[in-house]
Design a protein around this ligand. Structure first.
Ligand code: ARG
Length: 257
């Protein structure tokens, strides 16, 4: 994770951003602190990478890379966010990871959700499908390509959530028909989320299979997860939403098996 110190809306690269609607710095910092605290309370370990002043979106560390074992494939971000990548690269190198950069547009874990040996791999917005081949080769995942249907779904982590080894949640309308069929063909249990909660970033969550950390304001999904015995922690993401992100966007998973 990073921090919200320099979080601002300086440009518009997704339909949720509006430079006239800026985050409140103190509220954003408090929101981010609460997220870190929630991960720690769930028994997760958190590494922190300090944000940089020239990187107003650096709080969304999920876009940095996708990681498996001691290997990381760095993202190839939109031009507005390219200044983040040297910081990410340095962090991985300093922490003993073997790193490659994607030569093709790639949104990092934003478009790459690990599910065991499979990688649910988004494309069509920020990720070129050729990046999937690079990731498959370097990290050894089987790729499940999933095309999102428009700019509102600029990253797959707004559309699909991995809750455990055999349980996913998703918003069907944000995937094209062949992608929906691929997802349904995996033989995993699928929870469908409606448009209202998907648009509220309900699916942009972190789950370790026991505790789900998610945004407040999505009571239907929260209720269905509790019915399945999961512990659900709902947090305010009002400020983070102004950049078009939520809980999942702020955390890059480092311990994918
Ligand atoms: N403002 C950021 C962008 O548009 C938000 C990124 C959110 N990250 C995510 N994994 N969905 O790039």
């Amino acid at each position: 994770m990073s921090d919200a110190r320099y979080f601002r809306v300086d440009y518009v690269i997704n339909p949720y951003m509006d430079t006239a609607v800026q985050p409140d710095p103190a509220a954003a910092a408090a929101e981010h602190d609460a997220l870190v605290a929630a991960h720690l309370a769930a028994g997760r370990k958190v590494e922190l990478l300090a944000s940089a002043p020239e990187c107003p979106d650096m709080v969304y560390t999920a876009n940095a890379a996708v990681v498996r074992g001691r290997r990381a494939v760095l993202a190839n971000l939109p031009p507005e966010r390219r200044a983040e990548t040297p910081y990410h690269h340095e962090w991985f190198a300093d922490n003993g990871f073997e790193v490659i950069e994607s030569p093709y547009p790639f949104s990092g874990q934003g478009d790459a959700l690990a599910c065991g040996d499979l990688l649910l791999a988004g494309y069509g917005q920020r990720t070129d499908p050729r990046a999937h081949d690079v990731v498959a080769e370097f990290l050894g995942y089987g790729i499940v390509p999933l095309r999102t249907t428009g700019p509102r779904w600029y990253d797959l982590d707004l559309v699909v959530a991995v809750l455990g080894p055999a349980l996913l949640a998703y918003y069907p309308d944000a995937l094209d028909a062949p992608s929906r069929a691929r997802l349904r063909g995996l033989g995993l249990e699928l929870i469908e989320v409606g448009e209202r909660e998907a648009t509220a970033f309900a699916l942009n969550l972190v789950s370790d299979g026991t505790t789900v950390t998610m945004t407040a304001g999505a009571p239907e999904l929260a209720g269905r997860l509790r019915e399945r015995g999961l512990t659900v922690v709902e947090l305010d993401t009002t400020q983070l939403r102004k950049g078009g992100g939520g809980v999942r966007c702020t955390a890059l998973t480092l311990d994918n098996r």
